[in-house]
Each structure stands twice: as C-alpha cells, then as structure tokens.
Design a protein around this ligand. Structure first.
Ligand code: SF4
Length: 243
C-alpha cells in the first residue's frame, strides 16, 4: 500500500468504508470514554505551526503489515502470523485474548473486543457475510480486506486470468472509498505492479521532478520493515525556505 499524505483531506470516508466492509462494531460514547472504541483504520490529525499560520495535517493509520512484525513472536498460540503473500493475518478462533500483540505494536493498530458487539435490528442486514462477526475477547485488525483478495484470486483462477493490479474488486474497501485517491493498493511482490514501481521510485528518491522522493516508512527506526509506504506532503513554504 502507498499512502499519499499530500492527497488526504481527512474526510474519513476510508474509516466508514472499513467499518462497513469488515463488520466493525458500532462505537458508542461510553466506549470512547473508556478508550475501548474499535476502528481498524484511524485518521490521525495534528496541527503544524502557530496560530494564525496553522495547518491541519492528516495521517491515515492502519496495520502496516510489517515484514518483521513485533506482534507475531509474542503471541503464545500463533493466532497472528505472516502468510506467504506478506500479509500479517489474524486467526480469530485461535486467539485467547492475552493482548500481548497489541502491547507490542508500535503503531497501536490492533483492537481488542472488550464487549459483545451488537447492531441495531435495522443494520443487521448490512453485515458482510464474507467476514466473521468477532465476539468478546478477540483481537482484531486490518488485513487489507483479505476476503476481497481471496475472492478476486478465486475468480481470476476460474477465468484462467492473472489478478489485475488496481482492480476495484481486489482493492481494500478504504482504497475504493477514498475520493482523492490518496491510497494505492497492489502487489508489492510483483516489481512490475503500479504500486511497487511507485513505492520504489519514491523510496529511492528518483522522482524526476524532484531531487528526493517523498517516500518513508512510519517509525522506520524500530526495524519493523512495514509494507506501507507513506508519501510526505508537499510543503511549498518549506521548499522555498530551503531553496
Ligand atoms: S478517504 Fe482518503 S482523503 Fe479521506 S481520510 Fe481517508 S485517506 Fe484521507
């Protein structure tokens, strides 16, 4: 995944899409007050500068699918592990709820079901049948909508075709919902994919129009080797100040 911070307006359409696609329970005020609200993707907002010259910045944050994920070795029952496609997956019916993984995640993107999720009667039919409704005591998190990846690869197999990079059916719900196309999804293992080329170009700093690329990994110094590449915001003022 590549996330272009320059395009993110903080609209939170990705958050709502994720909630709807993945049967994420409805958070109520009481849950927020207890700091037990669940969202698999959150948009962090922070301010830069001093009033009145202040700018709002947004960073969409979700599981970074780390290559060396700190959550994996601490799980006593292997409920979280790395699959062959490079995804950090979560086996719900193996999880015994110790929460060691959440404590070890520097991005704080794992969520624990402290309560039995319930939906109003009118919303029950909107639950996604492809995704398990998790019960109390289960750790959960973003898997880049693995159910969509599985469905698309099954359908591609049936048709005898290759999975198409950038196919809407393959994209996670957040990517399809983003109105500014701030999120780009694809197969980083395929060097010819659009997302792999973009990540490579921005991380190596070979963007022709600029001296350096905009790519970086969040909390790179922890050595987690995340699979998500963020592209920093263009800041005209800072660029002019530095020549
Ligand atoms: S939908 Fe796109 S623009 Fe809106 S908050 Fe999410 S990433 Fe940012």
């Amino acid at each position: 995944m590549v996330v272009d911070i320059d395009k993110c307006t903080g609209c939170q359409a990705c958050v709502v899409a994720c909630q709807s696609e993945n049967n994420v329970p409805i958070n109520e005020e009481a849950h927020f007050n207890q700091r037990r609200a669940i969202e698999w993707i959150r948009v962090e907002r922070y301010w830069e500068g001093e009033f009145p010259d202040v700018k709002a910045r947004f960073i969409p944050l979700f599981c970074q699918q780390c290559g060396d994920a700190p959550c994996e070795p601490v799980c006593p029952v292997y409920a979280t592990y790395h699959n062959s496609e490079g995804l950090n997956v979560q086996v719900y019916n193996r999880c015994i709820g110790t929460r060691f993984c959440a404590n070890n995640c520097p991005y704080q993107v794992r969520f624990f079901n402290f309560w039995e999720p319930a939906w109003p009667e009118t919303l029950k039919n909107q639950l996604n049948p492809d995704v398990t409704v998790r019960s109390r005591g289960i750790m959960e998190k973003c898997t880049f909508c693995v159910q969509r990846i599985r469905r698309s690869s099954r359908e591609a197999d049936k048709e005898g075709e290759e999975l198409q990079d950038g196919d809407r059916a393959l994209n996670p719900a957040c990517v399809n919902a983003c109105p500014t196309e701030a999120l780009m999804f694809g197969n980083l293992n395929n060097p010819e994919s659009k997302v792999a080329k973009k990540a490579e170009k921005e991380l190596r700093g070979t963007t022709p129009a600029r001296k350096g690329g905009r790519g970086y990994h969040l909390l790179d110094e922890f050595g987690t080797h995340p699979k998500v590449v963020y592209l920093k915001k263009y800041d005209k003022d800072a660029e002019e100040a530095h020549g």
